[in-house]
Design a protein around this ligand. Structure first.
Ligand code: E4P
Length: 219
């Protein structure tokens, strides 16, 4: 499963990419606002740091305007993926952008049938928001599993991008469900690295190493 960072914070992206495990980045208007910088500057920096797909979101509500915004974003770098919200006008725009060879990520997906429609329109990725479903008392993982199954049934090429991830269990369950990608906040990536037994084990090894006669000269 590919790991994307869900952030517009370039320092987090720099650290994640340096770890060697980050395959791409997703942003959205809320994350862009949080970054507090010009969106174009931030995205141009991110695409330099991360060679993988970088999602940048459109904000128009009419298909022709979404297409216009998508074309602008796509010109910024070859690894830009144009993020479009799931709505009828968005589907139209995705169809058009796809026909122009522009990659798309259909976002704000909350049902498997929405994902199927996005795939039919030609989306490169679909982003089901599992955390936001959990937030309202539903089981977001069911949505991920359903979409993965439906795409398998019909050999759909669109990739499932599990989004709105809140904690490491979401990542694990997305991988078990066969999601192609999980996009997560940097904090969740850091949580995935850590295990108390790993930390304890390192500590013990370091203490024991001091008992080895040539410990000070081996390295
Ligand atoms: C990613 O593409 C989404 O925009 C993001 O995962 C949404 O997450 P949130 O529900 O934590 O805002």
């Amino acid at each position: 499963m590919k790991i994307f960072l869900d952030t517009a914070d370039v320092e987090e992206i720099r650290q994640g990419v340096a770890m060697g495990v980050v395959d791409g980045v997703t942003t959205n208007p809320s994350l862009a606002a949080k970054a507090g910088r010009n969106f174009r500057d931030v995205v141009l920096e991110i695409v330099e740091i991360c060679p993988g797909p970088v999602s940048a979101e459109t904000v128009a509500l009419q298909a022709d305007e979404i297409v216009r915004e998508g074309r602008i974003l796509a010109k910024w770098a070859p690894n830009i993926v144009v993020k479009v919200p799931l709505m009828a006008e968005g589907l139209k725009a995705v169809k058009q952008l796809t026909s122009e060879g522009i990659k798309t990520n259909v976002t704000l997906i909350f049902s498997a049938s929405q994902a199927l429609l996005a795939a039919k329109a030609g989306a490169t990725f679909v982003s089901p928001f599992l955390g936001r479903l959990d937030d309202i008392g539903q089981d977001g993982m069911i949505l991920i599993r359903d979409i993965v199954q439906i795409f398998k049934n019909y050999n759909v090429q669109t990739e499932v991008l599990a989004a709105s991830i809140r904690h490491p269990v979401h990542v694990l369950q997305s991988a078990l469900a066969g999601s192609h990608v999980a996009t997560m906040p940097f904090k969740v990536l850091q949580q995935l690295v850590k295990h108390p037994l790993t930390d304890k084990g390192i500590e013990t090894f370091l203490v024991d190493w001091q008992q080895v006669p040539d410990a000070a000269t081996v390295f």
